[in-house]
Design a protein around this ligand. Sequence first.
Ligand SMILES: Cc1ncc(C[n+]2csc(CCOP(=O)(O)OP(=O)(O)O)c2C)c(N)n1
Ligand SMILES: [Mg+2]
Length: 545
Amino acid sequence: MVQVNGGVLAARQLKRCGIDTLFGVVAGPMIELFSGGQSEGLRVVGCRHEINGGFMASAWGWQKRLPGIMVAGSGPAVTNCVTPLYVATESAMPLVVLGGSAFSGTTGLGGFQELDQISAVRSVCKWTGRVDSTERIPEWIHLAVGKALEGRPGGVYLDFPGDQVGRLVDDEDVVFRTAPEISVPHPDPDVVVRIADLLSSAERPLILVGKGAAWSNAGPAIQQLVDFGIPYVCAPMARGTLPDDHPNFANAARSQALSGADVILMLGGRFNWIFGMGRRFAPDATLVQVDIEPEELTSGAPVSLGVVADARATAEALASALSSASSLPLAAGWLESLKQAARRNEAAVRSAEVDDSRPINPYRVVAEIREALPRDAIVTAEGETTMGICRAMLPSYVNRSRLNAGTTGSMGVGVPYAVGASLAYPDRLSIGVLGDYAFGAAAMAVETAARVGAKPILVILNNEGIAGHLLQDNMLPAGSPMIASLLPARYEMMAEMVGGHAEYVEAPEEIRPALGRAMAADKLAIVHVRVDPKAFRIGGGNYLQ
Ligand SMILES: Cc1ncc(C[n+]2csc(CCOP(=O)(O)OP(=O)(O)O)c2C)c(N)n1
Ligand SMILES: [Mg+2]
């Protein structure tokens, strides 16, 4: 009879779930989970802070279409996971946090790091559970992975009382579980006909593409649909679900599209603040929403027809329902007017893109990045000014290749997202375009990246603060100590510190060569670009939209 501990059992079940990478901060009472992970052949990424580990795991999971797994010790290690769980749940990214907790025999006595951890995380989780026996650890992992992944993905928490983790059990008393094959919900055929009729009789149809469409790989089917002549707008992290150079891509005319459409079909997205809580549409617009979660269909938006179904299955059904029509002639003028509006909006920033002045115009930096990127790059953008400019200017061409501050607008995600994405797809370029505050919020993750061989390129647009100097100069008392402005610290030295590649750029003509050297270096790189602290975004608007 062979005896194994709870850590080995957890690792074996995770492998059965298709997971080959764990993130975590080594701590009791979870040491056996780390050791079991390593002995069972999983890659274990030891992070410098649970918040970074949780974000790395979320990005890895979003890329792999599996839950990211984050292993944390007890007490503060678990409370440090509250933010990644919240961000994952709100941004529909699958994340499983496995947290150690106090030993059962001493609870209530003031044990080390004792806390009611489930209560601490419950409101930011899709599901929580507590391991009740070492033998059942595989079953609990099976439950946690399934709950994180199915329906709308999100964060889940599984609590491991310390005494269950290290206990040895006979391996023949343990049952491993296999995930069910899940058939996704298809739309009712009659409803498909109704939506097809609505679209083909619309004068100003519009398709909105949410993260659910990205998650369900709906891109090719949506492409067939928009090829009938329908413009579409992508949610920020759904960029690339179909390639951004599709002629009907209307994000550059987003306001015109949202306020002008007469029939709007939302595929796999929520009418939350990113879509103006559903209040920005024309009063007589007809709204159809397709979502895997029924409760999403009641929201601030005046939805007239809700469909509980998978985005890809629905887009495929609609494309075949429309297939007798070669195009939608009624909508041709509308599509053309949005293309013109997009060209006008893009032209408004053109002079900034080629601006030669010093300090460097941030639009110039992002334009240079755009020209240097391969089509399959995974792009993470974060910051206030910086993320807004990236949203307007950086394209994505491949599904689930775009990460940003997401539904919660959380700073501190950028560095770990870029690292997690690089670990998920080591052969693709993972680039983080980050504000200086955003970089600093998670800067020590560069040590993790260098140690595990992740090779993100982190381009820091250093405008010396939170929205550069704009907040400090205009909204805080004149002459008061700097709290929103920051020092122009030499951030690239953090790459040197860990043996990575460092670039420091002050002149516009140096941007491209520096990016080229960083890409050729084949290791973690920081390209630190000093940009104009007084520059702001042209056109304004909400920073995540
Ligand atoms: C966790 C968290 N804390 C604080 C904020 C408020 N906030 C919004 S943007 C931002 C930083 C922006 O500065 P930077 O990253 O340098 O980008 P810039 O706007 O200068 O390009 C902060 C702190 C937030 N969104 N999330
Ligand atoms: Mg800044």
